[in-house]
Design a protein around this ligand. Structure first.
Ligand SMILES: *[C@@H]1O[C@H](CO)[C@@H](O)[C@H](O)[C@H]1NC(C)=O
Ligand SMILES: *[C@@H]1O[C@H](CO)[C@@H](O)[C@H](O)[C@H]1NC(C)=O
Ligand SMILES: *[C@@H]1O[C@H](CO)[C@@H](O)[C@H](O)[C@H]1NC(C)=O
Ligand SMILES: *[C@@H]1O[C@H](CO)[C@@H](O)[C@H](O)[C@H]1NC(C)=O
Ligand SMILES: *[C@@H]1O[C@H](CO)[C@@H](O)[C@H](O)[C@H]1NC(C)=O
Ligand SMILES: *[C@@H]1O[C@H](CO)[C@@H](O)[C@H](O)[C@H]1NC(C)=O
Ligand SMILES: *[C@@H]1O[C@H](CO)[C@@H](O)[C@H](O)[C@H]1NC(C)=O
Ligand SMILES: *[C@@H]1O[C@H](CO)[C@@H](O)[C@H](O)[C@H]1NC(C)=O
Length: 866
C-alpha cells in the first residue's frame, strides 16, 4: 500500500507539472518528438507506472525503460509532428494480466489508441478508462474481461472505434453509449449481453459503418427498425444472438451494406419485398438457420457484387430467383434444407465464378444443368434429396476443381458416365437414384477418389477390379443388381453391409462364395428368389439385411409362422417345419436341438430350434436377431435368418460340411495335426476377439464349446451359437444353462454367483477348447474310465505328476511339444479360477499368432529364435 500511495503522490506531482508545462508544448510545436526531452519525460513516467502494475510474464515490455525515449519503446507508436503527438499503445497478445492502472495511462497526453486485446486480464472493464478522454480507439477484445459494460465509457466522446468483443461482458448495452456519436466501429460480439437494445443506440450512432452484436445468445430482441436508419453501415453482424421477428422494411435502405449476417437467429416471416434492390455493394448475405418463409425476392439479382448467398435451413418456397445464378461475382450458393422448387437453371459459363452449389433437401426438379461441369471454378455440387430427373451429364465433373458431387436421393436415371476428367474428385455420392448400367471401370483411374456411394440404384454387372487402385474410405454398392466376384481387396477392407442387397455378388466370406460348383445357376436362382421376395421385402434399419420375408403358415391362419431371412436363401416356413424330425438332428444342447436341413439348391443350413421357456415376443426376438445378424467375420458363422411361431424361435445358421470341432474330437480317432489345431485355436480366438473388442455393440458368446465351433475342410473355424441370451433373455438363458449338465465344464465357475456376465467367462470357455485341442480329448469326458471333466483331469495330472508331459496328446509328434506346452500354459491361464488372471481375447490372439508363426518354418530356411 505504501508504494502505491507513493506512486500516486508522485503521479500527482507529474500531473501538476504537466499542467504547468503545457504552454511549453505549444511553444515548441515545430520540434520533433524525440527532441523534446523535458516534455516527453512525463508520459514516460506515466507509462512506466502503468507498466509497473501490469503482470508481464514474457517480458514483452522490456524495452520500456527510462533510458530510452518512450516513442522508441516497442508497442508504442507516436505519430504526428509538432506539439500534438498522438500516442498509440498496441499491447495486444502479450500475455498481460494484472492491474490496468487507467489513472496513469489515461493521463498520457495524446493517447489516441489503446489496445489491450487478447490478454488475460480476468477482471471487469475498468471504470477509470473513462478518463482516457482523448481515446479515439479502445480495443479490449478477447482480454478476459467480465462483468457489466460500464455506462462511463460514454464519456469517451472522441471514440470512433470500440471493440469489446470476445469477452464475458454481461447485462444490458447501456443506452448511454448513444452519446458516442462519432463511433464508426462498435464490436460487442461474442459476449453475454442480454435484454433489449435501446432504440436511441441506433438512432444516434449514425456514423457507424461496422456493427457487431453477434453471438450474444441472451439478447432477446426484435431487429430494431432504427437500425435501418444507420445509412452508413457496411458490415452488420447480428448472427447467433436470439433476434426474433421479421426483418424490418427499413433494412432495405442500408445501401452501403457489404456484409449482412443474420444467420442463426429465430427470425421469421417473409423477406420484405424488394429485398436486395438497393444492396449494390452487398458481398455476403447470411440468412441461414432461421425460420424465414415465403419466396425469395427476385431483386437479389440487383446485388451485382454478391459473392456468398447463404440461406440454408429456412422454409423458403418457390424458385430461387433466376437472376441470382448469373451474378458475376457469386462464389457460393447455399440453399439446402429449404422448400425451394423449380428447375436448376443453366448457367452462363463465361461469367460464372461459382465454386460451391449446395441445394440439398429441397424440391428441385428437372435435370442437372449441363453447364455445371463447364464452370472452371466449381468444386462442390450437392443437390441430394430433391426430385431431379434425367441422366447424369457426361461432363458433370469436368471442372478442374470439382471435388464433391452429391446427387443422392433423386430420380436420376441412365448410366454413370465415365468421368475420366475428374482429377480432383474426392466424393461421388449417387445413392438412391434409378441409375442403371455398370459401375464404370474408369472410376478406378481417378487419382483422389476416396468416397463412392452408388448404393440403392439399379446398377448391374460386376464391381470393377480397377476400383482396387483407389485408396477408398467408402465404397457403398449395396442394393443394386451387381453380380460376380467381388475384387478381393474390396471384400476385406470394408464392412460386408456395403455389399448387401446384391445377391449375385460372391466372394470369400459372403453368403455366396464363388467357388461353389453351382455358382452360375445359383446366381440366377438367387436373383429369381429375390425377385419373388420383392413383395415381402422390407429393408430393415441400418441396411444390414438383404432380404426379409414374412410367411404366414399355410394361409392367413390364426397362428402365424414368421420367417425372417437376412440372406437370400431358398427355404419356406413349411419346409423348415417339415425338416424338424429326429433324423435330421445333428446336435443337442441346453438351448435346444440343432437340425441339419438341405435346401433346394443343395446348400445346407443348421437350424437351432430353441427350447421355449420365456415366450419372447416377435419384436423382442427380431431385435435380438438383428443385432446377431450384423456380426460379420471370417471366423463367425452367419446367422441367416430365423423363424418365429407362438413364442418358439428357430435360428438358421450357416452350416459347414465338416461339422463341428466336437464331432472331430469325438470321432474314433482324432487325427488332426498340431498345425491345424493351432489354426483352429487362432481362428476361434480371432472370432471371439471380434465379438469382444472389434465390433460395436460388443457381444459375449456365452455358449462357447467345441460343438459351436464349425470347421471348413481347411480347418478354418467358424464360431456359431452366440448371443442366445439376446434372443430368449437372461433369465431363460441361465435356467436352461443350469439344466444342461453335459457341458457344464465350459462354464466359468463365477457364473453362478455373479449377475453380470463378463468377457472373461468366454475366455474361460475358450480355455477349455484349448485344453481339448492340446489333449485331444473331449471336454466333458476326457477319459472313458473316469467321470471328471477336462479341467479336473488336467489339474489332477499336473498335481499328481508335477509335469505336463502326460497331458499332451500322445498322437502328436514330439517335434510340436514346445508349441503344445506353450498352448497348454495359455489354456491354464484362460481357465484360471480367478477371472482377473485370465487374459483378454485380443491378448490370446497375439499369443497364438506368435505360436503359429513359430510353427511355420520360415522360407529363408533360417531357424527362428526360440
Ligand atoms: C529512437 O528512434 C529514432 C528513430 O527511429 C532513432 O533515430 C533514435 O536513435 C532512437 N533513439 C534511441 C535512444 O534509441
Ligand atoms: C479469474 O479470477 C478468479 C478470481 O478472481 C479466479 O478464481 C479464476 O480462476 C480466474 N480465471 C482465470 C481464467 O484465470
Ligand atoms: C482489436 O484487436 C484485435 C486483436 O488484435 C484485432 O483482431 C481487432 O481487429 C481489433 N479491433 C479493431 C476494431 O480494430
Ligand atoms: C442522441 O442525440 C441527440 C441529438 O443528436 C441528443 O440530444 C441525445 O442526447 C442523444 N442521446 C443520447 C442517449 O446520448
Ligand atoms: C430438410 O429440410 C427441412 C427444413 O426445410 C428440415 O427440417 C429437415 O430436417 C431436413 N432434412 C434433413 C434430412 O436434413
Ligand atoms: C423429369 O420430370 C419432369 C416433371 O417434373 C417431366 O416433365 C420430365 O419429362 C422428366 N424428364 C425426364 C428425362 O424424365
Ligand atoms: C450426400 O447427401 C446425403 C443425403 O443428403 C448425405 O447423407 C450425405 O452425407 C452427403 N454426402 C456428402 C459427402 O455430402
Ligand atoms: C450404404 O447404403 C445403404 C443403402 O443406401 C445405406 O442404408 C447405408 O446407410 C449406407 N452406408 C453408409 C455407411 O453410407
Amino acid at each position: 500500500m505504501a508504494t502505491a500511495g507513493a506512486v500516486v503522490t508522485y503521479l500527482l506531482l507529474f500531473y501538476l507539472f504537466l499542467l504547468l508545462a503545457s504552454p511549453l508544448i505549444s511553444a515548441s510545436s515545430s520540434a520533433p518528438v524525440a527532441a523534446l526531452p523535458t516534455v516527453a519525460e512525463q508520459p514516460q513516467e506515466l507509462l512506466l507506472s502503468f507498466k509497473a502494475f501490469l503482470k508481464d510474464p514474457s517480458d514483452a515490455l522490456s524495452t520500456w525503460s527510462p533510458s530510452t525515449p518512450y516513442c522508441n519503446w516497442s508497442h508504442v507508436t507516436c505519430t504526428g509532428t509538432g506539439g500534438a503527438v498522438a500516442v498509440s499503445l498496441s499491447l495486444q497478445g502479450l500475455g498481460l494480466s494484472g492491474e490496468i492502472s487507467a489513472g496513469s495511462v489515461c493521463r498520457v497526453p495524446g493517447l489516441v489508441a489503446l489496445s489491450l486485446a487478447s490478454n488475460g486480464f480476468n477482471q471487469t472493464v475498468p471504470l477509470q478508462l473513462s478518463r482516457c478522454t482523448s481515446l479515439v480507439s479502445l480495443n479490449l477484445s478477447s482480454g478476459a474481461f467480465w462483468g457489466p459494460l460500464p455506462d462511463q465509457l460514454a464519456m469517451l466522446t472522441k471514440l470512433t472505434s470500440l471493440d469489446l468483443s470476445g469477452n464475458d461482458i454481461e447485462g444490458q448495452v447501456p443506452p448511454g453509449l448513444a452519446a458516442l456519436q462519432g463511433l464508426q466501429v462498435l464490436n460487442l460480439g461474442g459476449n453475454r449481453l442480454s435484454g433489449v437494445l435501446h432504440p436511441a443506440l441506433f438512432r444516434n450512432l449514425t456514423r457507424l459503418h461496422f456493427l457487431d452484436l453477434s453471438k450474444n445468445q441472451f439478447l432477446e430482441s426484435e431487429l430494431p427498425p432504427e437500425l435501418g436508419e444507420m445509412g452508413g453501415l457496411r458490415w452488420l453482424f447480428l448472427q447467433g444472438s436470439g433476434f426474433s421477428g421479421a426483418i424490418p422494411e427499413t433494412f432495405l435502405q442500408l445501401e452501403q451494406l457489404e456484409v449482412l449476417d443474420l444467420s442463426m437467429n429465430s427470425l421469421t416471416g417473409a423477406l420484405p419485398p424488394g429485398f436486395g434492390v438497393k444492396f449494390q455493394k452487398l458481398q455476403t448475405l447470411g440468412l441461414s438457420h432461421n425460420g424465414f418463409s415465403g419466396p425469395f425476392p427476385k431483386e437479389i439479382d440487383k446485388c451485382m457484387m454478391l459473392q456468398r448467398f447463404q440461406v440454408q435451413g429456412n422454409e423458403f418456397t418457390g424458385e430461387l430467383p433466376a437472376g441470382l445464378w448469373s451474378l458475376p461475382d457469386l462464389r457460393v450458393i447455399r440453399a439446402e434444407n429449404n422448400l425451394f422448387s423449380g428447375r436448376l437453371p443453366e448457367l452462363s459459363t463465361v461469367v460464372s465464378r461459382l465454386e460451391q452449389v449446395q441445394v440439398d433437401n429441397n424440391s428441385f426438379s428437372g435435370g442437372i444443368p449441363h453447364s455445371i461441369g463447364l464452370i472452371r471454378t466449381m468444386y462442390r455440387f450437392s443437390a441430394s434429396m430433391n426430385q431431379l430427373n434425367g441422366s447424369l451429364p457426361d461432363n458433370l465433373c469436368d471442372s478442374p476443381a470439382m471435388s464433391i458431387i452429391n446427387v443422392s436421393h433423386n430420380s436420376l436415371s441412365g448410366p454413370i458416365p465415365e468421368f475420366k476428367n475428374c482429377k480432383r474428385l474426392v466424393s461421388l455420392y449417387l445413392s438412391g437414384n434409378d441409375l442403371t448400367g455398370q459401375i464404370p471401370p474408369s472410376l478406378g483411374g481417378l487419382p483422389v477418389l476416396t468416397y463412392i456411394d452408388v448404393s440403392s440404384n439399379g446398377l448391374t454387372g460386376d464391381i470393377p477390379a480397377e476400383l482396387q487402385n483407389l485408396k477408398l474410405a467408402l465404397l457403398n454398392v449395396s442394393y443394386n443388381q451387381l453380380a460376380g466376384r467381388v475384387p478381393s481387396s474390396l471384400i476385406s477392407g470394408f464392412p460386408a453391409v456395403f455389399l448387401d442387397g446384391n445377391p449375385g455378388l460372391c466372394g470369400p466370406g459372403m453368403p455366396n462364395d464363388c467357388d461353389a460348383p453351382r455358382r452360375k445357376h445359383q446366381g440366377l436362382a438367387l436373383a429369381a428368389t429375390v425377385a419373388s421376395f420383392v413383395a415381402g421385402v422390407m429393408l430393415l434399419a441400418l441396411g444390414a439385411f438383404a432380404v426379409c420375408r414374412m410367411v404366414h403358415g399355410g394361409s392367413n391362419s390364426s397362428s402365424p409362422l414368421k420367417l425372417v431371412l437376412f440372406y437370400p436363401i431358398k427355404i419356406t416356413g413349411e419346409e423348415l417345419l417339415a425338416a424338424f424330425h429326429d433324423k435330421s438332428v445333428v446336435g443337442r444342447g441346453a438351448f435346444g436341438r440343432v437340425y441339419l436341413i438341405e435346401l433346394q439348391d443343395g446348400q445346407n443350413v443348421a437350424v437351432k430350434r430353441m427350447i421355449s421357456t420365456s415366450q419372447p415376443t416377435f419384436g423382442a426376438v427380431k431385435n435380438g436377431m438383428k443385432v446377431l445378424a450384423k456380426f460379420r467375420h471370417r471366423n463367425i458363422a452367419k446367422v441367416l435368418g430365423f423363424c418365429y411361431s407362438d413364442g418358439e424361435v428357430s435360428i438358421i445358421y450357416e452350416y459347414l460340411q465338416m461339422g463341428s470341432l466336437h464331432d472331430l474330437i469325438c470321432a474314433p480317432k482324432f487325427t488332426v495335426g498340431w498345425n491345424d489345431r493351432l489354426r483352429i485355436a487362432l481362428g476361434v480366438a480371432q472370432g471371439l476377439a471380434y465379438l469382444h473388442h472389434d465390433h460395436t455393440p460388443r457381444l459375449l458368446h456365452r455358449d462357447l464349446k467345441s460343438n459351436n465351433v464349425l470347421l471348413t475342410d481347411e480347418f478354418e473355424p467358424r464360431v456359431t451359437g452366440f448371443g442366445i441370451d439376446l434372443v430368449g433373455g437372461e433369465k431363460a438363458y441361465r435356467s436352461l444353462l443350469a439344466s444342461d449338465l453335459n457341458y457344464r465344464c465350459y462354464i466359468a465357475p463365477e457364473l453362478s454367483c455373479t449377475k453380470k456376465p463378463t468377457h472373461l467367462m468366454d475366455v474361460y470357455s475358450f480355455g477349455v477348447i484349448l485344453l481339448e485341442l492340446v489333449t485331444g480329448k473331449p471336454a466333458e469326458r476326457p477319459a472313458s474310465d473316469d467321470s471328471v471333466d477336462i479341467i479336473r483331469w488336467v489339474r489332477r495330472r499336473i498335481n499328481v505328476t508335477g509335469g505336463t508331459a502326460q497331458i499332451l496328446d500322445p498322437g502328436i509328434s514330439r517335434t510340436a511339444e514346445q508349441g503344445m506346452q506353450a498352448t497348454l500354459e495359455l489354456a491354464l491361464r484362460c481357465t484360471s479360477v480367478m477371472p482377473d488372471q485370465r487374459p483378454a481375447m485380443d491378448e490370446v490372439v497375439r499369443s497364438l499368432q506368435l505360436l503359429c508363426s513359430a510353427q511355420t518354418p520360415p522360407s529363408t530356411g533360417i531357424a527362428l529364435e526360440p
